[in-house]
Design a protein around this ligand. Structure first.
Ligand code: SF4
Ligand code: SF4
Length: 438
């Protein structure tokens, strides 16, 4: 694609990067067929190619974002299915990240939109605030259907509907410290406790710690970790996202530098693929910060999804189990991190029969805060995803991202677990409570 940025515009490193990305696009349109919003809405402007044109026009003319650009960029899930499909290697992820920052800096959203976005950014990344908000949401739940009838209040209605009916207390898994292995030590890792996940489902990191301990892995839960920044990053709140990234980089680099030959980590383990995609991008996000660029690159190189790490440990094959597992690959897992086979191979080796739902490349509609901010498109994608999963006649669903777990669980009676919870059970851990009846 030809571009006509001026030398003055290209002096801005963000614009220079976007220009390079834009030039790779050859308008072929292959990406439209696998874009969930194009497939759902059928509008070229809700396809990757359409958004690329809108973003190009906005950036090239150096103008503030307008309602049209905001509408179509907001509808993008950042699922990155288009990146997987594109034969020309267009880095749509960093282009849309830039567009979201430009929108945040140049467009004044309507009051309710500002209110909901401000609330999400002030609550979700902070576990204590998030837990308190979920308690309140339980009280407000009966009003959800009413709110969903008023256009401006729809996101609040969606938020109330997504809130779980029971909320667990704070988990020991998030307490900082070192968990020694139960057998001869064969590795040492740090783990990201996360922000929303330990509140919504603390069992995921508890299962991870149990499994790693049995496999001989020492696990450090570093003091001071926080949200990875993904939630606000996808809202275009660059400075807040970079602050979260810097804080985590500081924590992990401090742990690595504590001294002694055993102080290093084989990996930084992440159990939510949405966070994994962002942490693997810290090196890029902080590339222009001379104090953090190298440290962030190091952190990104150590970041591993739990299934990626477990695949390096040669887990022994287990006896077959009479349990069919539909594996739902989160977009951040398959498109963001390109991890496609590892979770399924681990489940198969653990004795489960794995089934692939049709249209596995399409997003379930969760996408961070998307199911709150775009509840109608999200609901259509959820219904489609659930239909495809239920068609597999599986006994249980496995996936690697808390957002997908919450989204899909609200649409089906089939129990849904994190992949690591099934693996923990298969390798000597307790049977997950959600499978009590199986
Ligand atoms: S990230 Fe997903 S929703 Fe956005 S343009 Fe690409 S395929 Fe479509
Ligand atoms: S597939 Fe790639 S090159 Fe083709 S239109 Fe989409 S982004 Fe552009």
């Amino acid at each position: 694609m030809q571009t006509s940025f001026t030398p003055a515009q290209l002096a801005d490193p963000h614009v220079a990067e976007s220009e390079k990305i834009l030039r790779r696009c050859v308008h072929c349109g292959f990406c439209t067929a696998t874009c969930p919003t194009y497939v759902t809405l059928g509008n070229e402007l809700d396809s990757p190619r359409g958004r690329i044109y809108l973003i190009k026009d906005m950036l090239e003319n150096g103008r503030p974002a307008d309602e049209e650009v905001v509408t179509h960029v907001d509808r993008c899930l950042s699922c990155l299915s288009c990146v997987t499909t594109c034969p020309s290697g267009v880095d749509y992820m960093h282009l849309v990240d830039h567009a979201r920052i430009h929108i945040e800096n140049t467009y004044r959203r309507p009051l309710m939109d500002r209110l909901i976005r401000g609330t999400l950014a002030a609550v979700l990344p902070y576990p204590r605030r998030f837990r308190a908000a979920l308690m309140l949401a339980k009280l407000g739940r009966p009003f959800a259907p009413l709110m969903k009838r008023v256009s401006a209040l729809k996101p609040f209605g969606a938020m109330l509907e997504l809130a779980p009916s029971s909320i667990s207390g704070a988990s020991d898994a998030a307490i900082p410290g070192t968990r020694p292995p139960e057998t001869k030590r064969r590795g040492r890792v740090a783990i990201l406790s996360g922000c929303a996940q330990p509140v919504l489902d603390p069992g995921i990191n508890e299962a991870t710690l149990r499994l790693l301990a049995r496999l001989g892995i020492e696990v450090v839960v570093p003091e001071g970790e926080g949200c990875c920044g993904a939630l606000v990053h996808h809202m275009g709140r660059e400075e807040q996202a970079l602050d979260f990234a810097r804080r985590n980089v500081d924590v992990w680099i401090r742990e690595i530098a504590k001294g002694g030959k055993d102080s290093g980590f084989d990996a930084i383990i992440i159990t939510a693929s949405g966070c994994g995609t962002t942490i693997k991008d810290y090196g890029h996000m902080l590339r222009l910060d001379p104090e953090y660029a190298d440290k962030a690159k190091k952190v990104s190189s150590l970041a591993k999804d739990i299934t990626e790490y477990l695949s390096t440990l040669d887990l022994p094959k287990q006896e077959p189990k009479k349990l069919n597992v539909a594996y739902h690959s989160a977009c951040s897992m398959q498109h963001g991190q390109k991890i496609t086979m590892a979770p399924k191979n681990l489940l198969k080796a653990a004795g489960f029969t794995v089934r692939d739902p049709a249209e596995g490349h399409l997003c379930c509609g969760s996408a961070g805060t998307y199911n709150i901010l775009q509840p109608e498109i999200s609901a259509q994608l959820k219904a489609r995803k659930v239909r495809n999963i239920e068609a597999t006649k599986a006994d249980v669903i496995a996936t690697g991202n808390i957002g997908c777990i919450t989204q899909i669980a609200s649409g089906t009676a089939i129990p849904i677990l994190h992949t690591v919870e099934l693996l923990d059970w298969a390798y000597g851990g307790p049977k997950p409570a959600k499978l009590a009846a199986k």
